[in-house]
Design a protein around this ligand. Structure first.
Ligand SMILES: [Ca+2]
Ligand SMILES: [Ca+2]
Length: 187
């Protein structure tokens, strides 16, 4: 059933959907890869949307601006997580990690922790000179963010805004659950 619904959704422009109603009500503004992901796992999208709205929204609703804030908070979390081992190694706090600083920190870690620190340091050391500069750490952290938070993940978070059925600028969780319910006529 779902492959048919998906192909129907992707094949028809919004006006055609209005002319010939289909048993789907995903917002037509959704990017195709995002719509496909929602159709593939509507339950997972519903869980994500509930967490997003309960965690960041107000009164059971969320605005596009607040969704962007939630995405930025996620990015900051992963950026901080990527940099924490290096900050812990920056003994003189100058933002640059020398081989001696990395070795001093590594000596305090368990063998797996040491291996991880050195592996991460190698990955971050773009010019392979053994020293990690702020200019190397920033893109390294961004790359880790991109690995942890894929564009599709962010697309799914932004998709919540497209379910604003009454166009009041806020998406209520009930607007999402009501729309998703139409995806599973058997329920
Ligand atoms: Ca330093
Ligand atoms: Ca370097």
């Amino acid at each position: 059933m779902r492959p048919f619904l998906l192909s129907a959704l992707l094949a028809l422009p919004a006006t055609a959907q209005e002319a010939a109603p289909l048993p789907i009500s995903l917002p037509s503004s959704l990017p195709p890869d995002v719509a496909e992901a929602i159709l593939a796992r509507p339950d997972r999208f519903a869980d994500m949307a509930a967490d997003l709205i309960h965690g960041h929204g107000t009164g059971g609703t969320i605005s596009p601006a607040t969704i962007e804030t939630a995405i930025a908070l996620d990015r900051a979390f992963y950026r901080t997580r990527a940099l924490r081992p290096f900050h812990e190694s920056d003994l003189d706090g100058d933002g640059t990690l020398t081989p001696a600083e990395l070795a001093a920190r590594a000596a305090t870690l368990s063998p797996p922790g040491r291996a991880r620190l050195m592996r991460d340091a190698t990955a971050a050391d773009a010019d392979a000179d053994g020293t990690l500069t702020p200019a190397e750490l920033a893109p390294y952290a961004q790359a880790q963010v991109a690995r942890a938070l894929r564009p599709l993940d962010e697309g799914l978070m932004r998709a919540a805004a497209a379910f604003d059925a009454d166009a009041d600028g806020l998406t209520a969780l009930t607007e999402i659950t009501r729309a998703l319910r139409t995806l599973s006529p058997a329920d």
